[in-house]
Ligand binder design. Structure first.
Ligand code: FE
Length: 629
């Protein structure tokens, strides 16, 4: 089956394409065992120049901010001089890799930087970073990142803060995100489970459960005497965030200070009534899975700093769940195997390959960089997350393995957690916006696939498609758990659902968890690791106890840098396929229908944001086509 009349399948047998692809795209099960990843990144999977340029611009802002924090005001005339001297030092010390091949590219840039000076917006550095990254590929990270970063972070501020104002030091140029002003508020804390960085955890419960013995008096202290815990449970107004998956994880120690990971439980409730703008309110937190003296129940009445401490423990658990499970495990590593299988089993002109390919751009490259750099020993995850790097990898694997494909469909995920009904839980921006995008993608996939498959029989007769499905789940293939209908693909309806899930995860789901990294997770008030044990809550908690829970300055700076970088690269947009990508003229009107559907979704979300605390991560204009950062 082919989708275009201009493909080369007539002059060249499809099997020849596939044989070549199978050589290029080989599975590896040891990078993050036992998951399927690509063994060696094929050249065709390298990042595009456009992507590298975007990355270079973000890097520039972060590097300049870091230079000024760590070595500014050392007698030089201006910020621009500080940056200039840093670059000179990096070149002299060989930290910036000056290969012969890039000297020619840097020749016009370096004199500009060093002799003529830097422009106000440091535009010259875009080109410098661009040349360096393009010439070295992502190897720059392996070959020289250690040296550049060692130099970059020399002289960084250290130690715990004695008040939140101390964090201002790490923002000499960059501005803290708006969350820096609001993260301590209960309203913001209670909005996170429905419109924050990880709106994927809360579930509706009848009671908090035996291991979380919240009492009526705890409940009524927040919700008033007219309401009760029991009634709230009966009426579907109780919601639990349970971080049990983090229980037993090993506390990390890299790069030095003892770090702590927690497995808390947090209870939220909705006030009585029928107001469609009712928001969740936080009732109680227990910072470990076992009730008792080690983990007392903390409420808004337990004292200002005890309550802040407990809320921060939940933020930290949510951040670790977010990065390992929701982000890495359930988007990046969820989609990866399909990229490999699609190239190996579907010829470039196969309609499904054609549809999926733009949604896979950069995914193998970023996953490869993640396993080699970000989640390697000494990398960003080791440094910033609360657990050991091995444990964080295990969490990512467990996150993926507890997310079987056929149960990962959005409507089913929401039902599983009991949060699908807007009458029970009226304000859940992630749910409401994600469903709009899901439906738009589902319609497009259905329209598109129905051009090529008229009946279920057509699906069953497509041997390439069946081979694709078989390899995706095979032990020596993609190892996707619970994929297909009894092993194969029998119906068009199933194929449409499955392809919708793959495209939705590559685009919307990843956007929903990736981009809050900058807005909501880069400020140290919402840390990625704790620096005090949860048992601190057994005694009276002071302001300094709370501040010692937060990252020391050096760690805060790294968190700011890594999460700003990861949350800033918006490459390509959902629904915008490359020019001439689809040559079948029947597709044009269907694609236009999809694009206009997305515009309607955009307008609906904007309208919704007038009546709720804004949630912008699923605006189609902010959703990239693929996982590439
Ligand atoms: Fe990402």
């Amino acid at each position: 089956m082919t989708a275009s009349s201009s493909d080369n399948s007539i002059s060249r047998p499809i099997t020849q394409d596939l044989e070549a692809a199978k050589k290029q795209y080989q599975y590896n099960y040891t990078h993050i065992p036992p998951l399927a990843m690509v063994d060696e990144l094929p050249g065709s999977e390298l990042f595009s120049n456009q992507w590298i340029y975007l990355l270079a611009q973000v890097l520039k802002a972060i590097v300049v901010n870091t230079i000024i924090t760590n070595r500014g005001n050392r007698g030089s005339q201006s910020v621009r001089d500080d940056v200039k001297w840093f670059i000179l030092e990096a070149l002299i010390k060989g930290a910036i890799p000056v290969k012969i091949s890039i000297i020619t590219q840097l020749l016009p840039i370096i004199p500009k930087v060093l002799i003529l000076g830097l422009s106000k917006d440091f535009r010259e550095l875009d080109d410098l970073f661009f040349s360096m990254i393009r010439e070295n590929g992502l190897k720059i990270f392996q070959d020289s990142l250690d040296r550049v970063t060692a130099l970059l972070y020399k002289g960084h501020p250290t130690g715990h803060v004695s008040n939140l104002q101390d964090y201002k030091q790490i923002f000499p140029i960059m501005k803290p995100e708006a969350i820096a002003q609001t993260f301590q508020q209960d309203e913001v804390f209670a909005y996170m489970p429905v419109g924050g960085y990880n709106p994927l955890v809360i579930k509706r419960v009848n009671t908090p459960g035996d291991n979380f013995p919240v009492q009526e008096e705890h409940y009524q202290a927040v919700m008033g005497n007219e309401d009760s815990l029991a009634t709230a449970g009966e009426e579907g107004r109780l919601y639990l965030a349970d971080y049990k998956i983090l229980d037993g994880a090993i506390n990390g120690t890299f790069p030095g200070p003892q770090k702590y990971i927690y497995a808390p439980l947090a209870l939220f409730a909705l006030p009585k009534g029928s107001d469609s703008h009712r928001l969740l309110r936080p009732i109680a937190i227990q910072c470990g899975q076992t009730p008792g003296t080690d983990y007392p129940i903390i409420t808004p009445n337990s004292g200002e700093y005890a309550w802040l401490f407990a809320k921060t423990v939940v933020y930290i658990a949510d951040g670790n769940f977010h990065e390992a499970v929701s982000h890495l495990g359930r988007t990046h590593l969820f989609v990866g195997p399909f990229v490999i299988t699609t190239h190996r089993q579907l010829s470039p002109s196969h309609p499904l390959n054609l549809l999926l390919r733009p949604h896979f751009e950069g995914t193998l490259a970023i996953n490869d960089a993640a396993q080699r750099v970000l989640i390697a020993p000494g990398g960003g995850v080791d440094r910033l997350l609360a657990s050991t790097v091995d444990n964080s990898r295990v969490l990512a694997v467990r996150g993926l393995q507890t997310y079987p494909f056929n149960q990962a469909m959005l409507p089913q995920q929401l039902k599983q957690r009991g949060v699908e009904d807007p009458n029970l839980l009226p304000v859940y921006p992630y749910r409401d916006d994600a469903l709009l995008v899901w439906d738009a993608i589902h319609q497009w996939v259905s329209d598109y696939l129905s051009l090529y498959y008229k009946t279920d029989q057509d699906i069953q007769n497509d041997t390439a498609l069946q081979a694709w499905a078989a390899e995706a789940q095979a032990d020596d293939g993609g190892r996707v758990i619970d994929f297909g209908e009894d092993g194969g693909i029998k119906t068009r309806a199933y194929l449409i659902d499955a392809v919708t899930l793959i495209i939705f995860t590559s685009s919307a789901q990843h956007a929903a968890v990736n981009f809050p990294q900058k807005d909501l997770m880069s400020y140290p008030g919402i840390p990625l690791a704790g620096y005090m044990p949860a048992t601190t809550l057994k005694g009276k908690v002071s302001e300094q106890d709370y501040l010692n829970l937060l990252p020391p300055l050096g760690q805060a700076q790294r968190q700011l840098n890594v999460l700003t970088l990861l949350g800033s690269v918006y490459h390509n947009k959902l629904g915008e396929y490359p020019q001439q990508h689809f040559t079948d003229p029947q597709i044009k009107p269907l694609l236009e229908k999809f694009q206009s559907h997305l515009q309607q979704v955009e307008a609906t979300i904007k309208e919704r944001n007038l009546h709720r605390p804004p949630y912008e991560y699923l605006l189609p204009s902010k959703i990239p086509q693929s996982i590439n950062i």
